[in-house]
Design a binder for this molecule. Structure first.
Ligand SMILES: C[S@@+](CC[C@H](N)C(=O)[O-])C[C@H]1O[C@@H](n2cnc3c(N)ncnc32)[C@H](O)[C@@H]1O
Length: 216
């Protein structure tokens, strides 16, 4: 088989395996708390423990981090927490029909600091619109980063979309330090909410980003 066809066949096979894995893991009508880039699992294991009624799924591309996450989950004996090896967009595209996102967490995503690499960032307009397609009205998206420019870019992007609005008064449901949070001298957080009726008045324009939080 020519290399290009072989490559495409591998992708098709991987996506079919992911679809089958998710179909077996996720009950059709139960909404999912999704953490994108769950790393070593520190946040999601604590979160699933704090909210046993929520079905939590963490996704990462690095196998070793998922193995560590699985160990934490098993030590805590949690049945509502799963870790899946997948690229975020492929995961979203492979969600079984009828499975909605209850909430979305994106904690310290890779910032891709060079301008020419910004296209690799996970939080971009096209991805946010795709997320909106699986999120009911009111679904929150929690975003935290130590990269000031990435934070400002997302805070400016959200009010420009028809599908999300910033909610500066939304609470942060659980504080749990992650590996990358522990390394960060400071960070910023925002909550966006899925909306089908975005207001475009001055009050809902992008707020000034809050000052970085110094965790010490
Ligand atoms: C900077 S680390 C942050 C990990 C964790 N959230 C934390 O705060 O410690 C970013 C994580 O996202 C994962 N990642 C990067 N791109 C991804 C993608 N497209 N889909 C899923 N995971 C991704 C990386 O493997 C890495 O574990």
């Amino acid at each position: 088989m020519p290399p290009k066809l072989e490559f495409l066949a591998r992708i098709t096979e991987r996506r079919a395996a992911l679809r089958a894995e998710l179909a077996a893991l996720l009950p059709p009508k139960q909404p999912v708390t999704w953490e994108i880039g769950s790393g070593h699992g520190h946040f999601l294991v604590q979160y699933a423990q704090a909210f046993p009624e929520k079905l939590c799924v963490g996704v990462d591309i690095i196998r070793d981090r998922l193995n560590r996450s699985d160990k934490k989950r098993d030590r805590a004996r949690l049945r509502n927490c799963h870790f899946v090896q997948a690229e975020a967009r492929e995961f979203l595209d492979s969600l079984p029909a009828g499975v909605a996102l209850r909430e979305i967490w994106v904690l310290f995503p890779d910032p891709w600091p060079k301008k020419r690499h910004h296209k690799n960032r996970i939080l971009q307009a096209e991805f946010l619109e795709a997320l909106a397609g699986r999120a009911g009205e009111g679904t929150p998206l929690y975003f935290r980063t130590d990269h000031a420019e990435y934070f400002s870019a997302v805070a400016a992007l959200i009010p420009a979309l028809r599908t999300w609005r910033l909610d500066p008064s939304a609470p942060w449901p659980l504080e749990q330090e992650t590996v990358f949070q522990a390394r960060a001298p400071a960070y910023q957080s925002l909550v966006a909410v899925r909306t089908s009726h975005p207001a475009r008045s001055a009050e809902t324009a992008a707020p000034e980003p809050p000052p970085p939080t110094d965790p010490r």
